[in-house]
Design a protein around this ligand. Structure first.
Ligand SMILES: [Zn+2]
Length: 354
């Protein structure tokens, strides 16, 4: 046995790909030339991820417009004035809102997974967006003839179909990106919104049986974009007990950038349920400095004081580029950090005798 280690998902796109996307949007590049640019980026990403020694990789989200909005690509019944997510450096990402029902995904995650599986030599994980994030697309003023309840039921069905498609296509596992968990406590300190988020995501997980459960996971973080976060000031103590109430097995938890990791590890140790695994963040994608394998090892040995070894794994705090146009973290740096995680995880496993 060794210590499982997995990335969260995204890798900064190559500049050639960003340039191709830009030219395609201006009508200067054909659809087939753009498809070639996506393929080249995916192939290079997989080759370089495999070179890090990662036992499990992702497609680096090279062809997702963003971790959150990929199901909406091409959807016409959208208005641009949805929920605003304020980041700590002052910039804002605004979600769209639906303008009519019924709500149906235009793109499912298996369309990203299948080409990656064809190219990869190691298992490939797949990230999907959460039902709770999609639930934010219902306009605050409501929609005539399409209630919030009808919409939520459609969301649960579509997220279930998204996960099922990737599981059936051969994903090593599927990770639900739940970056709005901590944000929920910022928007609603009473915890009511967080409870609603947990409930709708568990409604999705309830559609999967015990045979699927080991392949279901959740990622939490304070939301990284352009080297800033939206909810790192929200106390983990409010989120983690609810988080482990999600009926999933694998939890990918931002930790490297926490100011008091011992406290957070203690809360994880108290709340993790039997059969669940905590992949703790040992790499900070926002920090331009590359962590040494020795630092990674130290972080894991500390975590092992709080979390049983059979329930421990490692990850990065977040994806390296959740939005396609975010090139603030260089591509080379991302691969170097992932290599440090893999090496440091092996060092810790050896020291722990696993
Ligand atoms: Zn994240």
């Amino acid at each position: 046995m060794s210590l499982p280690t997995e990335q969260v998902g995204s890798i900064p796109r190559p500049l050639e790909l960003l340039d191709a996307i830009d030219r395609a949007q201006k009508g200067e590049l054909s659809g087939s030339a753009l498809a070639e640019a996506y393929d080249a980026a995916l192939s290079d990403t997989i080759t370089r991820l495999e070179a890090t020694g990662s036992p499990v990789i992702s497609d680096g989200e090279q062809s997702k417009p963003s971790f959150a909005t990929y199901p909406l690509a091409g959807l016409e019944s959208l208005s641009p004035d949805g929920v605003e997510i304020p980041f700590e450096d002052g910039h804002v990402r605004q979600l769209p809102a639906i303008s009519e029902g019924p709500f149906r995904y235009q793109v499912y995650s298996e369309s990203f997974l299948r080409p990656a599986l064809e190219m990869a030599h190691v298992p490939v994980k797949q990230a999907v967006i959460s039902a709770s994030a999609m639930s934010l697309l219902y306009p605050p003023h409501g929609l005539e003839g399409y209630s919030q309840e009808q919409f939520n039921a459609d969301v649960v069905n579509e997220v279930t179909r998204d996960i099922r498609g990737s599981l059936d296509a051969g994903a090593h596992n599927v990770q639900m990106d739940f970056t709005e968990g901590r944000l929920a406590l910022k928007l609603d300190p009473s915890g009511g919104l967080l409870d609603a988020f947990i409930a709708i995501n568990n409604a999705v997980f309830a559609n999967f049986g015990p045979e699927d459960r080991p392949r279901l996971g959740v990622h939490t973080c304070p939301g990284g974009d352009h080297d800033s976060a939206h909810s790192s000031d929200v106390d983990y103590a409010g989120l983690l007990p609810a988080l482990f109430g999600l009926d999933a097995t694998n939890f990918y938890i931002q930790l490297a950038s926490e100011s008091d990791p011992d406290r957070v590890l203690g809360i994880i140790g108290e709340n993790i349920r039997p059969g669940q695994r905590a992949f703790i963040g040992v790499i900070d994608p926002i920090d331009p400095e590359i962590e040494s394998p020795e630092l990674v090892r130290e972080r894991i040995l500390r975590a092992a004081q709080y979390i049983p070894l059979e329930q421990l794994g490692t990850t990065d705090d977040c994806g390296f580029s959740p939005f396609a146009d975010d090139i603030s973290t260089a591509r080379d740096l991302a691969f170097a950090k992932i290599a440090a995680r893999v090496e440091g995880t092996a060092l810790a496993a050896a020291e722990l005798g696993i």
